[in-house]
Design a protein around this ligand. Structure first.
Ligand SMILES: O=C(O)CCC(=O)C(=O)O
Ligand SMILES: [Fe+2]
Length: 258
């Protein structure tokens, strides 16, 4: 069993990120950033407390995960925005400070995955600015990336071709932040396989894995491996932070303008 555990995150403070370029994953074909321990263990517990304190109707149950939508429903005509709760605004402050978004993020999807749950490969789409910042809580997962379906592939482009389109993964450790932008957002698709454990494919003898984009970053962790190189998944909550550029005026704002 491989165990990837970070040195104890200090409870009160995290290292300030002064240069995001230091966190760019050079093994990925385009812009992918990975920041381990973006939140502390205390912050993780507090964020999980807030997620699970949300009223039941906040949750939408899907077949392979459940989610909470915060900030409004993105729509081609503009999102009627709703105020975000303070606990999300504080997290957004920190993400906005990284300077990757053109303005302040205004939308958060919270996903909860039990072991054996995931999300099919997809694009996040054009209603959002093409950058997503994801904080992982509670458990690791493997975020897999795929080349898009070739335009001329017709109906053959089913799951059989998925393996051939796979380009690599990032291990998302609990408390980490991953930033997907550039072609990694617009061109490549991403998904999470429905598995209860992840086998980390370590190619070659040198502890390198070309298919794990953040393998060198994991090196900084204490890694103990035996034969099976498997990470068991627990319940993972992801906070996916985005910016919806087109915002429609809500009813109250429209009335105020009269
Ligand atoms: O949970 C994640 O890290 C990915 C979620 C995702 O791809 C999405 O909400 O669009
Ligand atoms: Fe997505």
């Amino acid at each position: 069993m491989i165990q990837i555990s970070h040195e104890e995150a200090q409870s009160g403070s995290v290292e300030a990120i002064t240069n995001l370029a230091n966190y760019k994953l050079s093994l990925a074909p385009d812009s992918l950033f990975y920041v381990p321990d973006f939140v502390t263990k205390d912050e993780e517990a507090s964020l999980l407390g807030r997620v699970y304190a949300a009223p039941k109707p906040r949750w939408t149950c899907l077949s392979n995960r459940r989610l909470q939508n915060w900030g409004g429903l993105p729509h081609p005509k503009g999102m009627v925005s709703e105020p975000l709760p303070d606990w999300l605004e504080r997290l957004i402050d920190r993400v906005a400070g990284l300077g990757l978004f053109s303005g302040r993020p205004n939308h958060v999807l919270v996903n909860e995955y039990l072991p054996r749950q995931g999300i099919m490969p997809h694009h996040d789409g054009s209603l959002y600015e093409p950058t997503v910042a994801t904080v992982s809580l509670g458990s690791h997962t493997l975020l897999d990336f795929y080349s898009p379906v070739p335009a001329d592939s017709g109906s053959e482009a089913g799951s059989a071709s998925l393996a051939s389109r796979y380009i690599g993964s990032a291990v998302l450790q609990p408390r980490s932040l991953v930033l997907v932008t550039g072609l990694m957002y617009t061109r490549y698709m991403h998904g999470i396989a429905e598995r209860c454990s992840d086998r980390l494919v370590v190619a070659g003898g040198g502890g390198e894995s070309p298919s794990l984009f953040n393998w060198p970053q994991l090196d900084g962790c204490s890694v103990a491996a035996d034969a099976d190189l498997t990470l068991d998944r627990g319940t993972r909550v992801s906070l996916t932070i985005r910016r919806v550029p087109k915002v429609a005026l809500g009813l109250s704002k429209l009335l105020m303008k009269r």
